[in-house]
Write a protein that binds this ligand. Structure first.
Ligand code: C2E
Ligand code: CA
Ligand code: CA
Ligand code: CA
Length: 277
C-alpha cells in the first residue's frame, strides 16, 4: 500500500509537470502566433429560419500553427484566458473581423450584423470603449453592424460589475448578446437589469430537440423569457431540419448551425453573400 501511494504521488506529480510544461509551451507559441499572424477569423452565418435569409455572422477564431496545424479554439482559448493573452487575441480578432465586414459592405454585399466573442476581462479594460471606437473609425465599420457576445457564466461571476460595464458599452450603441444562455445561473432580476439585446440558446439544449422532453421545456422557457423581456433570441448548434423547424415553430426564428453553414473562411463566406446559402 505504501508503495502504491508513492507511485500514485509520482504519477500525479509527473502528470502535473507535463501539463504545466504544455501550458508554458502553448503560451509561448500563442504569443509567437499572435506576432506572426497565425490566427484566422472564420465566420458562421446567422440565418432567419423562416425566410432562409442570412442576417449576420459570428466571428470564430482559428489558429493555424506552423508546428501543430489547425488548432481548435476549445484548446487554446482557455489557455489564452488564464494567461491574459485573450485580451490581445480578441483585439486581433475584432480588428480582422471588422476590417472584413467593412470590406464586404464596401463591395455592396450584405453580411449583416457581425457578432464577436469577448471575455469580461476584455470589457473590463479601461481603454476598451476607446479601442472599439478607434477600430470603428480605422476599419470603416459602422457601429450598427457590431454585436458583442459575452457568456452568461462570465457575466454572472460579478453580475453587478458586469451590469455597469455593459451599460457603458451599450450606451455607445453596441448590441450585446448573452452567449451559452441557460448554462449559467442568471436570475430574472439580473436579466432585467442587464442592458442586453439578445439571448443565445446554448447548443446543449438544441442537440436533442425535439425528442428530449427536458430540452424542449428549457428551450421553450428561454424563448418565453426572451419574449417577456423584449429580447431577441437565437439558437446555436442547429444541425437538422427537425431542430430548425421546432425552433421556428416555437418562436425562435434566428438560427445558427451546421444546418445552414459551418464556420467558414472569408472567401467562402463571400461566395455565400454573392450566391446565397
Ligand atoms: P461559442 O461561442 O459557443 O461558439 C459556438 C461553437 O459551436 C463554435 O465552435 C462553432 O464552430 C460550433 N458550432 C456552430 N454550429 C454548430 C453545430 O451545428 N453543431 C456543432 N456541434 N457545433 C457547432 P468553435 O469555433 O470551435 O469555438 C468554440 C468556442 O471557442 C466558442 O464557443 C467560444 O467560446 C470560443 N471562441 C471561438 N472564437 C473565439 C474568439 O474569437 N474569442 C473568444 N473569446 N472566444 C472564442
Ligand atoms: Ca459565441
Ligand atoms: Ca455559444
Ligand atoms: Ca437532456
Amino acid at each position: 500500500a505504501k508503495n502504491e501511494g508513492r507511485n500514485n504521488v509520482r504519477y500525479y506529480s509527473s502528470e502535473m509537470t507535463t501539463r504545466a510544461l504544455e501550458r508554458v509551451v502553448m503560451e509561448t507559441s500563442l504569443r509567437a502566433g499572435l506576432k506572426n499572424g497565425e490566427f484566422i477569423v472564420y465566420f458562421q452565418p446567422q440565418v432567419n429560419g423562416k425566410e432562409n435569409r442570412l442576417f449576420g455572422m459570428e466571428a470564430l477564431v482559428r489558429w493555424n500553427s506552423p508546428t501543430v496545424g489547425l488548432v481548435s479554439p476549445a484548446v487554446f482559448i482557455p489557455i489564452a484566458e488564464s494567461t491574459g493573452l485573450i485580451v490581445e487575441l480578441d483585439r486581433y480578432v475584432m480588428k480582422h473581423a471588422m476590417t472584413q465586414i467593412a470590406q464586404w459592405y464596401k463591395e455592396g454585399l450584405n453580411p449583416g450584423i457581425l457578432s464577436m466573442n469577448l471575455t469580461m476581462k476584455q470589457l473590463q479594460q479601461k481603454d476598451f470603449i476607446e479601442y472599439l471606437k478607434t477600430l470603428l473609425a480605422e476599419t470603416g465599420c459602422s457601429i450598427e453592424w457590431v454585436e458583442l457576445e459575452v457568456t452568461e457564466d462570465q457575466i454572472m461571476i460579478h453580475p453587478d460589475e458586469a451590469i455597469d460595464i455593459l451599460r457603458e458599452i451599450s450606451r455607445i450603441g453596441v448590441k450585446i448578446a448573452v452567449d451559452d444562455f441557460g448554462t449559467g445561473y442568471s436570475s430574472l432580476s439580473y436579466l432585467k437589469k442587464l442592458p442586453i439585446n439578445k439571448l443565445k440558446i446554448d447548443q446543449s439544449f438544441v442537440r436533442e430537440l425535439p425528442d428530449d422532453e427536458e430540452d424542449v421545456a428549457i428551450t421553450k422557457a428561454i424563448i418565453a423569457m426572451a419574449q417577456s423581456l423584449n429580447l431577441d433570441v437565437i439558437a446555436e448548434g442547429v444541425e437538422t431540419a427537425e431542430q430548425k423547424d421546432f425552433l421556428v415553430q416555437n418562436g425562435c426564428i434566428n438560427i445558427q448551425g451546421y444546418f445552414y453553414s459551418k464556420p467558414k473562411p472569408a472567401d467562402e463566406i463571400r461566395t455565400i453573400l454573392i450566391e446565397g446559402l
